[in-house]
Ligand binder design. Sequence first.
Ligand SMILES: Cc1cc2nc3c(=O)[nH]c(=O)nc-3n(C[C@H](O)[C@H](O)[C@H](O)COP(=O)(O)O)c2cc1C
Length: 461
Amino acid sequence: MGKRMYLNAFDMNCVVHQSPGLWTLPGDRADTYKDLDYWVELAKLLEQGRFDGLFLADVLGIYDVYQNDKTACIREAAQVPVNDPVLLISAMAYATQHLGFGVTSSTTYEHPYSFARKMSTLDHLTKGRVAWNIVTSYLDSAAKNLGLDEQLKHHERYESAEEYMEVCYKLWEGSWEDDAVVKDRAKRQFTDPDKVHEIRHYGKYYRVPGIHLSEPSAQRTPVLYQAGASSTGRAFAARHAECTFISFSNTEITARYVRQLREQVQLQGRDPKGVKVFSLYTPIVAPTGEEARQKFDYFSSHVSYEGALALLSGWTGIDFSAYDPEQAVEYIETNAVKSVMEGFTVANPSKRWTIREIITLVGIGGLGPVAVGSPEEVADLMQAWMEETGVDGFNIAYATTPGTFKDFVELVVPILQERGVLKREYEDGTYREKLFGSGARLANPHPAAGYRKIREGQANG
Ligand SMILES: Cc1cc2nc3c(=O)[nH]c(=O)nc-3n(C[C@H](O)[C@H](O)[C@H](O)COP(=O)(O)O)c2cc1C
């Protein structure tokens, strides 16, 4: 029996997420992203498929790097219009029992005080099924609309993210004692004020002197995902992440990332096997391999390469309209997602990628691999990817939605369950308990646990 496989569906509150142009296909319902029906039906479908979670990406800017202009991303709906992902979760949680919900939020823009309350609220409403995908962002357009002249330098985004985590941990773990809420109607006391503590945080980026606004939720700290695979990103993940999300296109780079991450996690005194790594992955499946390959060809003929260039230019911070498509890509220092450029150059010197090859890859499923085949063939490919790379699971992206997810749940999930690598029933408990079999709360040696001291009246940090 193979290694257990963990599955998230990867989506975004917009029309075009990872497969530009395919919203035009009959049957694709990405354009109904504004309707709760789309999201509630998707959540129910994923729970039927025993997925662990629904992982929602998000950006706060637009992809106006390509041609140094916003026209292409707007025309192609390349991640704009984009609605707030947080507002989808309570409706989906109300319609499901076990599915976890991972939401992306940037440490560079939203203030940790209000963000901490938002996540505690979601953890209450979902009864402990919420996760946070920690990102530092990469679009200059976001910075310009959120009070900055340009986005912070890559290293400074991670430096401020460190303090951001500290503030959040102090609020989630350190401010309210477990038994602070007494609800004593006779004594007319809801909360014991002696058991709620100010966090008195005075740092380089944030001043947060007071108490957390929310009473303790089931997980207190949401399950912590992280996306950002540069060396700085990996080091950040080794300190904070319970799960990481990566989007490398081949097994060699993915295996190296996993190995290096686990080594760094161990150096942080944490269990290297304790962090779960999810690869971006797009399955194109049909009852027969031949039908699946025809489906892939059909999709490929509808991909928008303008849309792909707009996404790639945004991810890398490089305007690829200025380059000859047949030209091999060289490493260029960037202030956006460093790991994307590294993935196509220095991290993979044996392969010289041309721009045309990269946007052909990006056209379906973004930067990650695409598996095309019969249910058995796709199951084989996914298990082989896990064996060769050491990842724990996949963030399944869609070519068309809900089609890709429907085909996967109906055709591949039964095979994976038959092979014993995918659960037939959910475990009980919070998202963290389901993923790790541990308690609902983060435990030592995770740094968050260290902030519980505040509650015991000791000085913080
Ligand atoms: C697989 C993957 C997914 C990401 N998803 C998002 C996202 O949804 N929203 C976002 O603002 N940033 C996202 N990022 C980028 C992060 O903001 C990241 O902190 C930043 O770009 C630096 O990445 P780097 O460490 O790889 O250079 C993602 C990065 C990766 C590798």
